[in-house]
Design a protein around this ligand. Structure first.
Ligand SMILES: Cc1cc2nc3c(=O)[nH]c(=O)nc-3n(C[C@H](O)[C@H](O)[C@H](O)COP(=O)(O)OP(=O)(O)OC[C@H]3O[C@@H](n4cnc5c(N)ncnc54)[C@H](O)[C@@H]3O)c2cc1C
Length: 441
């Protein structure tokens, strides 16, 4: 019997030599708080557009430590929670423009990795959105209709049970649709991207937590070892965005968990038809998803999304036996022929949920502190597009990207989460409502 490691599987695939922390006061043109994909892509695109800009990234731990290095690695066109929430928030036309941009990002990430010699185990591959009951089948049909509407072409084919099971041999599948995307090792993507931005002249301070950002004509990023005075600041702290005063009630961190098996033997792999290695995602809000890693482990993730009182982000929340039990029960339902598969890793990560389930980009009223957050668990491709949105907003360029997912801040201000204890009660009620609504669909 293997003992499980409660560390992120991806973190074990690449070692980290962190950049030195900030140890003195300094100044720059642009200071970015957070070395996840949002901060890194923003730095990358700004530097490409204006090579002379002096840019620094200030990261509490190391680049890729947050959601970017612990994602399940599905590079999908999804923006925010799902396609239904996106259309509700932005309307069909704007949802179409954003989806097309994020679709381009999927390909551009692959190209970026190749050009820069980053081996992030990128596999251009469809994923299957699957249904395992009648409610999910109805959800699949709705999503398929919206996907067709947004893409402006024929709806993707709805596979019946036999067709779906020929792609992924789970007896639980009743139907599926194929969606274009890719798979990636998210940590290697984040670390590779960090290396490239450093090579292009961006200064990266790691192990440097930002205590606060002081607004003003020249905003100041305050850290324990020194202050960075900048012309412009970007706050890209994702699940910790709420720790910065202007965003206090705007996001809620919700924990999602993953199990990663030992490498499957050829005999185990041969028991289930899964010839194309497609990722699999269940058609529901509290979905489970599955994929293979480069070394042929099975990653089985999702299940319950847990909120802990007071927006608890302590490290011990990374480990939740209840969540693992639910995930494992669900795994046995999907793959009864893999009873002997042992899970070597079990861990969690926090997702940033917004009231409207959509990403937020913009600037605070003074116009020199920018933000990008609210990817609602779907950010690998969307943060790449988000980096371009932030670049154009910051450079004052009136482009397609500057308008893409931008919503007037006054509109956003009306959408705040309530304080505790109402927040906890609300989180439980919303979870139950979503579950009931989806069971009825
Ligand atoms: C478990 C899990 C699975 C996921 N799976 C997928 C998936 O399969 N596909 C997909 O598209 N998306 C997925 N996501 C979502 C995706 O990972 C995120 O949307 C994306 O990584 C967000 O990038 P980011 O840069 O905004 O945030 P992060 O990567 O979280 O970066 C924010 C950074 O800010 C730093 N920070 C925070 N506070 C401070 C501070 N005070 N001072 C300095 N630094 C600070 C953090 O340390 C962190 O490194 C998943 C997320 C999780 C948690």
């Amino acid at each position: 019997m293997t003992s499980r490691k409660h560390v992120v599987y991806w973190h074990d695939t690449e070692s980290v030599v962190p950049s030195p922390p900030l140890r003195e006061d300094t100044g720059c043109d642009v200071a970015i708080v957070g070395g996840g994909y949002t901060g890194l892509w923003t730095a990358c695109f700004l530097k490409e557009a204006e090579p002379d800009l002096d840019i620094c990234i200030v990261e509490a731990k190391h680049c890729g430590y947050g959601a970017s290095g612990r994602a399940d690695g599905f590079v999908t066109p999804t923006i925010g929670k799902d396609i239904q929430a996106l259309v509700k928030e932005f309307g069909t036309e704007r949802a179409r423009a954003a989806s097309q941009a994020v679709g381009r990002s999927i390909l551009e990430i692959g190209r970026f990795l190749r050009r820069n010699g980053i081996d992030a185990e990128y596999e251009a591959s469809d994923y299957l959105m699957v249904a395992t009951d009648q409610a999910q089948l109805r959800r699949l049909r709705e999503d398929r209709e919206l996907a067709g509407l947004i893409a402006g072409r024929d709806q993707p084919e709805l596979l019946n049970a036999a067709q779906a099971q020929a792609v992924i041999g789970s007896p639980a599948l009743l139907g599926a649709i194929r969606t274009g995307g890719a798979l990636v090792n998210p940590f290697k993507l984040a670390r590779g991207l960090a290396r490239v931005v450093k090579e292009r002249g961006v200064t990266v301070y790691e192990n440097t937590p930002v205590l606060r950002v002081v607004p003003g004509a020249h905003p100041v990023v305050v850290t324990p070892g020194g202050r960075v005075t900048a012309d412009k600041v970007v706050i890209a702290a994702n699940a910790q965005q709420f720790t910065f005063a202007p965003f206090r009630d705007r996001t809620v961190p919700v924990w999602s968990y993953a199990l990663v098996s030992e490498p499957l033997t050829d005999e185990q792999r041969g028991r289930i038809a899964w010839p194309g290695r497609e990722g699999m995602v269940e058609a529901k809000t509290f979905l489970t998803c599955a994929r293979f890693t480069a070394d042929n482990r099975l990653l089985w993730a999702g299940g319950p999304a847990l909120y802990f009182f007071g927006r608890d982000l302590r490290k011990r929340r990374m480990n939740d036996p209840r969540a693992y039990r639910q995930l494992h029960t669900c795994f046995q339902r999907f793959f009864p022929m893999w009873q002997d598969v042992r899970f070597a890793y079990a861990y969690g990560g926090a997702i940033d949920i917004t009231r409207d389930y959509a990403p937020h980009f913009g600037s605070l009223p003074a116009g020199n502190v920018f933000y990008g957050y609210g990817f609602n668990g779907n950010g690998i491709a969307a943060t790449h597009t988000g980096g371009k949105v932030l670049r154009d907003l910051m450079l004052g360029r009136d482009t397609e990207y500057a308008r893409l997912l931008y919503v007037d801040d006054r509109h956003r201000m009306a959408r705040r989460f309530p304080p505790e204890p109402l927040l906890s009660v609300g989180a439980q009620v919303t979870t139950r409502m979503l579950e009931r609504k989806e069971a009825r669909l």
